[in-house]
Design a protein around this ligand. Structure first.
Ligand SMILES: [Zn+2]
Ligand SMILES: [Zn+2]
Length: 349
């Protein structure tokens, strides 16, 4: 019955929608459409929460005349949060296919150099080492997508690892440690953390730091807006009941958002400081390379300072692949802390 009623409406809307999709092609993709819808909803939510305070709180406008810096900083934070949101959502989380292309391009370049100089070439970039002897093998890696990448990925695993167990059946690419296929993005992501529906992209090696800054700015904005709401209610309570009802309702929603954001900020700070991902923490027992490692041992952690540096300061870190730690390294990390360890800052170095 319902479908019989909705069909004529759908049919009559179809030409209009077709015209819309032709004008804006990205709207034709349902996933893209829902992502754009969520982005629009998020921006609207920000505008509503901030707009209402300026609309109702007339003393705030007065205050700007005496203390213009106060509102200037608040508006700057508001703009910075939205800018950070769009930067994070537009940034690549570090796709395995891009890393493979990058590695193959480098290999092709080094092969060219080594062919002309008749010398083996190698390049070291953090944990990612590209080593090849192109002049000896005489193979061309440019265009053939796997050979150099396969070698590079195998070097990151313990000897004897089967390449078949590392190949993603969707992308047909070998996954380095910590990479995972995202079914929403339909691609493998390096250091996969989670797929964020609000951002419309994955959070991974390439944008985890930006994501952290976004949550941090969002928390600060939420807190400051909450303070303004409380200040309004303190000064204007019982003046107009309907305004109070709106403000109290928005304040309750804001408080819920704030609790969620604070917990998220603390959680991601912990993940960054210990070099873990949400996926690794949640699925620790199911991930083969983490199985059997004691709970409080962080196998990829290089100490708080280096973890922070690696994630936030190394620009080329998008393709900074990490190898699996050896049994000896795990054993070293499992060693209980002594007073001397605290004195020598073992957790930081
Ligand atoms: Zn994949
Ligand atoms: Zn994704």
């Amino acid at each position: 019955m319902l479908s019989a009623v909705s069909r004529p409406i759908r049919d009559s809307c179809a030409p209009v929608l077709d015209r819309c999709f032709r004008l804006v092609p990205c709207l034709a993709d349902p996933a893209r459409r829902s992502s754009l819808g969520l982005k629009a909803a998020l921006v609207t939510l920000h505008l509503v929460f901030v707009g209402v305070i300026f609309l109702f709180y007339s003393e705030l406008i007065e205050k700007t005349k005496h203390e213009p810096w106060y509102i200037t900083f608040y508006l700057l934070l508001f703009v910075a949060t939205l800018v950070q949101y769009f930067i994070t959502s537009g940034s690549s989380p570090g796709y395995v296919l891009d890393a493979m292309r990058h590695a193959n391009e480098r290999n092709a370049l080094f092969q060219k150099i080594s062919t002309t100089s008749k010398q083996p070439a190698s390049s070291k970039n953090g944990n990612m080492v590209i080593t090849m002897e192109g002049s000896r093998s005489g193979r061309s890696f440019s265009g053939s997508n796997a050979t150099s990448w396969t070698k590079l990925v195998l070097d990151l695993y313990p000897p004897g690892t089967s390449i078949r167990s590392l190949t993603c059946s969707y992308c047909n690419v070998e996954q380095p440690p910590r990479a995972k296929h995202c079914h929403d993005c339909d691609r493998c992501v390096l250091q996969f953390d989670h797929h964020c529906v609000w951002l419309g992209t994955c959070v991974g090696l390439g944008n985890h730091c930006r994501f952290w800054w976004f949550i941090c700015e969002e928390t600060a904005l939420c807190l400051w807006t909450g303070v303004l709401y409380v200040a309004y209610l303190k000064a204007n309570i019982a003046l107009a009941w309907w305004k109070d009802v709106i403000m109290i309702m928005l304040l309750i929603i804001l408080a819920i958002f704030l609790i969620f954001l604070l917990l998220l900020l603390l959680f991601h700070s912990y993940l960054i400081l210990t070099n873990q991902t949400t996926y690794e923490l949640v699925r620790r027992r199911r991930i083969p390379y983490l199985r059997g490692i004691p709970e409080r041992v962080y196998p990829f952690s290089d100490g708080v300072c280096r973890n922070l540096y690696k994630l936030c300061c190394v620009k080329a870190s998008v393709y900074n692949l990490e190898r699996l730690p050896t049994a000896q390294e795990i054993e070293e990390k499992s060693r209980p802390y002594t007073c001397l360890d605290f004195l020598t800052c073992r957790c930081c170095c």
